[in-house]
Design a binder for this molecule. Structure first.
Ligand code: ATP
Ligand code: FE
Length: 355
């Protein structure tokens, strides 16, 4: 099977071609047009700018993806598109474009949940079998998912406020470091002492798999102000210590809760023996290292897809579409774009739009 994937739910316009069967598929092309510059002056993604940029770039992304893959539309078996969750303007651009292509070519149309795309990536990259535990940690998401099949997910817990990527970005802002904050904080932390500041590990003592990161960034702000009051400024060494202490707190929470999530996953499906990560925060070396240690200790396999496939891309959407097509789950032209779409409800057409 050869699937064209389209992704436009946030600030990347992406198209990709994936070929193969469930469990062994190859990425023939994976084209991404970012919008970082378009939003740079606004300190975040501006939905109207994002929607316009998607509409402008999406045809181009698809043409490039087909050209790089060296396939024509006539060699494609289905068109998979992110139908949510995400910024509605962006999701709509993708869905309308996919519907147009489907109507013009007669190819099957498949609406994919963006989070399912992330959750299925470790199978695309590493061929791992179901069931597995997935930790999705990005700028906008933080959750533990038990992945039992391409359309069977159980959310075991997640953040009750900020996502860790957001906390990294805010911490960088508080400490005068550039955006995106994750890499900047990680880099600065290399020269710091992780125990220098006693920052909180919110909810870590609780038995559930929920997490909280907003208090942590407030604690960083307070610690920074204390340092400034005492020193009349923020010395580089103190900044490095704050970065290292912040990163250690996030790592402790993610690893401690991963341990609990593994137990919760095994209570539902005893043969879970893999922990996979996805999302931009999975790029963090300290977090990866600590998760690897947890896996060694619990005799679990650790899988971290290459970074380009951990963050938003269309190859994951094409692969999720391939699995849905294989299961005979296609959509028709009534497919709607859904700003919110919990992963445990996987069929976009059946459920219509809404929460
Ligand atoms: P989503 O895809 O959930 O809507 P997003 O597009 O913001 O959100 P990603 O592109 O997956 O998410 O990841 C970006 C986030 O990852 C940013 O918040 C960034 O700071 C963080 N990040 C990137 N590299 C690192 C790193 N080395 N350490 C920690 N965080 C990082
Ligand atoms: Fe994403």
């Amino acid at each position: 099977l050869t699937i064209l994937g389209i992704e436009s739910s946030c600030d990347d316009t992406a198209a990709a071609v994936v070929r193969g069967v469930a469990g062994t598929a190859t990425i023939l092309s994976n084209v991404i047009f970012g919008q970082t510059e378009a939003h740079a002056d606004f300190g975040g993604v501006v939905p109207e700018i994002a929607a316009r940029a998607h509409a402008e770039k999406i045809d181009h992304a698809i043409e490039d993806a087909l050209a790089v893959a060296n396939v024509s539309l006539s060699q494609i078996d289905a068109i998979a598109v992110t139908a949510g969750p995400g910024l509605i303007g962006g999701v709509l651009s993708g869905v309308m474009c996919a519907k147009g292509l489907s109507a013009a070519t007669g190819l099957p149309l498949i609406g994919v949940n963006h989070l399912a795309g992330h959750a299925l990536t470790p199978q695309l990259t590493d061929g791992i079998a179901f069931p597995y535990l997935m930790l999705l940690v990005s700028g906008g998401h933080c959750q533990f998912l038990l992945v039992q099949d391409h359309d069977k997910y159980t959310r075991l817990g997640g953040t009750i406020d900020d996502a860790p990527g957001e906390a990294f970005d805010k911490t960088a802002r508080i400490l005068g470091l550039p955006q995106p904050g994750g890499p900047a904080v990680e880099h600065a932390a290399k020269n710091g002492e992780p125990h220098a500041f006693a920052l909180p590990r919110p909810l870590l003592g609780r038995d559930d798999c929920n997490m909280s990161f907003s208090g942590l960034k407030t604690a960083v702000l307070r610690a920074r102000d204390d340092v400034i009051t005492k020193n009349g400024g923020l010395p580089l060494a103190a900044r490095a210590d704050l970065c290292a202490s912040f990163q250690a707190a996030v790592t402790d929470v993610l690893v401690g809760k991963s341990r609990k999530a593994l137990m919760a996953a095994r209570a539902i499906s005893p043969d879970v023996n893999t922990i996979a990560v996805a999302g931009g925060v999975a790029a963090n070396g300290a977090i990866r290292h600590a998760l690897k240690e947890l896996c060694a200790e619990t005799e679990t396999v650790f899988v971290a897809p290459p970074l380009a496939l951990c963050t938003d891309n269309a190859a994951m959407i094409a692969y999720a579409g391939l699995l849905r097509l294989t299961a005979g789950m296609t959509d028709d032209l009534t497919l709607s774009a859904r700003p919110r779409w919990p992963l445990d409800q996987t069929s976009p057409t059946l459920l219509g739009s809404g929460k």
